[in-house]
Design a protein. Structure first.
Length: 114
């Protein structure tokens, strides 16, 4: 566990545009942004997928969402709105197996997603 591209970013082994960090959470801009604001919120703890999270991670999962909401508010996205996404495994479109919350904002989002 931990040896993903996001693990390397957390350990500062590769660069990233980090916009927020605390004891539990790191947030950095997505390399391939899908909206004017596209930031990934990752736990320092290496949990591979949402499916791999357990009850002991409940507080950490809440912290990820609250950090995303707080950042969205700070960036002036909250009033118009934004989207948070957690992709899980193959059909969810997950490509990096270190749990993360996408925050997308700055344009209208569509539903259903692709
Ligand atoms: P997912 O498909 O939900 O697993 O999302 C993985 C996301 O990580 C994608 O949006 C990628 O563009 C993004 N990504 C991959 N490598 C990096 C990186 N080195 N720095 C920032 N974002 C990355």
């Amino acid at each position: 566990m931990g040896d993903t591209i996001f693990g390397k970013i957390i350990r500062r082994e590769i660069p990233a545009d980090i916009v927020y960090e605390d004891d539990d959470v790191l947030a950095f801009r997505d390399l391939n942004p899908q909206a004017p604001v596209h930031v990934l919120f990752v736990p320092r703890k290496a949990i591979a997928t949402l499916d791999a999270a357990s009850a002991e991670d409940a507080e950490l999962l809440g912290k990820l969402l609250l950090a995303a909401a707080s950042y969205a508010r700070q960036e002036g996205l909250a009033e118009k709105g934004y989207r948070t996404v957690v992709n899980c495994n193959e059909h969810g479109g997950q490509t990096v197996f270190h749990l993360h919350v996408h925050l997308l904002g700055g344009r209208p989002m569509h539903w259903p997603p692709g």
